[in-house]
Design a protein around this ligand. Structure first.
Ligand code: ADP
Length: 397
């Protein structure tokens, strides 16, 4: 069985990538991670090994588009692999719609279906589709696999997925899908090793990064999440407002003559921590700032997490564990402390020293519900899925 899996996460002006090997333990740690950034402006290829040492830092031709960028990174990875080779490419795809409840080997019909979902994720999905086409043109024989951010939520109970809209509209696919699924799936997969006592219980995972959401997990499966039809719902994020009375949008359209482009800019790029603080979307900057507006933005971020934890605890019928992950969840001790304080009524008692040390378990001995830090690794999850699908098709063939 071949072993090197290339994972691609294509965005509007960047392609992030990582290369994963199956080791003896069946794990898929990344042997390198990198990105091409600045596509369309000043593209640069960069990659680092597992220890964070630079492997390459190179400016690409200014005219390099996404396909040229992918060609360059494929060349770089192939050179790096020497006599070995890339066995398959696994793509992160934001939206899997109703159909894709699990990762899938890509063929023409799958590409068509992923393209059909572009209107549901217009900022992300077109770039995933373009990357899939690019790999198919550059290396037609290379197997490709799509892994969806929505799939982990696919099995949620119908009530958790429903909007109270007319049935005819819901039947067209207007329902809650949920996102960050690859992150939640990874966390759920490692939780039995890290926190064996609670992994089968009622767990709320807080994925707090630039994008932020919570997921209620019971017996390893998603039962509810804060993101909905798009990745706009739920928590306050770096530049997104999270849950917003839809009446605000009607008002802005009628009274401020905002059209969908203007609303999209407002909702995806100008709101959230950035909009409230007027300082930055970056939590590190806000925590270091003296501006009262920065503190207000942080307070609102934490307050809304607290309210949503209550909502997900209700969906779970209680709480056994709270898990923090992603950039803010893994690194921002003051945010974890404030969130845990807000969850004291659910039985969470913080161990301040453990939190400051970023120990995996950050709740005090005797805490009725425990609290944990579990670093996420979406790319490793994609590598595992891609390998498993290849192995299954090799076995079938
Ligand atoms: P993305 O959603 O882009 O993958 P990340 O998971 O990388 O985002 O999270 C980015 C966020 O994590 C930023 O707001 C950043 O400020 C925050 N972050 C990273 N390190 C720290 C830290 N040491 N303290 C506070 N916030 C941090």
């Amino acid at each position: 069985m071949p072993s090197a899996i290339l994972v691609l996460n294509a965005g509007s002006s960047s392609v992030k990538f990582s290369l994963h090997d199956r080791d003896a333990a069946g794990s898929f740690g990344a042997r390198l991670r990198g990105q091409v950034e600045g596509i369309g402006v000043a593209p640069r290829l960069e990659a680092r090994d597992e220890a964070g040492r630079d492997l390459v830092r190179r400016a690409l031709d200014r005219s390099a588009d996404q396909e040229a960028a992918i060609a360059c990174l494929l060349d770089f990875v192939s050179e790096h692999l020497g006599p070995s080779h890339i066995a398959a490419v696994g793509h992160r795809v934001v939206h899997g719609g109703i159909r894709f409840g699990s990762p899938v080997r890509i063929d023409d019909a799958v590409i068509a279906e992923i393209e059909r979902l572009v209107p549901l994720a217009p900022l992300h999905q077109p770039h995933h589709v373009a990357a899939i086409h690019a790999v198919a043109r550059i290396a037609p024989a290379l197997p490709q696999v799509a892994c969806f951010d929505t799939s982990f939520h696919h099995g949620q109970p119908p009530l958790a997925r429903a909007f109270a809209l007319p049935r005819a509209l819901s039947a067209t696919g207007v329902r809650r899908y949920g996102f960050h699924g690859l992150s939640y799936e990874y966390v759920a997969s490692v939780l039995p090793e890290i926190a064996p006592g609670v992994a089968r219980g009622r767990v709320v995972v807080a994925h707090l990064g630039n994008g932020a959401s919570l997921c209620a997990i019971h017996e390893g499966r998603s039962v509810a999440t804060t993101m909905g039809f798009t990745a706009l719902d739920g928590l306050v994020m770096g530049t997104r407002p999270g849950a917003l009375d839809p009446g605000v949008l009607l008002y802005l359209m009628d009274e401020h003559a905002m059209d969908s482009r203007a609303l999209s800019r407002l909702l995806y790029h100008e709101s959230g921590l950035l909009g409230v603080s007027g300082v930055s979307s970056d939590m590190r900057v806000l925590l270091a700032s003296d501006a009262p507006e920065a503190q207000e933005a942080v307070d609102l971020f934490v307050y809304r997490i607290g309210r949503e934890i209550g909502s997900l605890a209700a969906a779970l019928g209680g709480l056994d564990a709270l898990v923090f992950t992603a950039g803010i969840g893994e690194n921002a001790a003051p945010i974890r402390a404030a969130v845990c304080r807000g969850a004291e009524w659910l039985g969470v008692t913080l161990d301040a020293d453990a939190n400051a040390r970023a120990a995996p378990c950050i709740s005090a001995a005797g805490s009725r519900a425990s609290a944990w830090i579990v670093p996420t690794d979406e790319n490793r999850m994609i590598a595992r899925h891609t390998y498993a699908l290849l192995a299954a098709s090799d076995a079938a063939g």
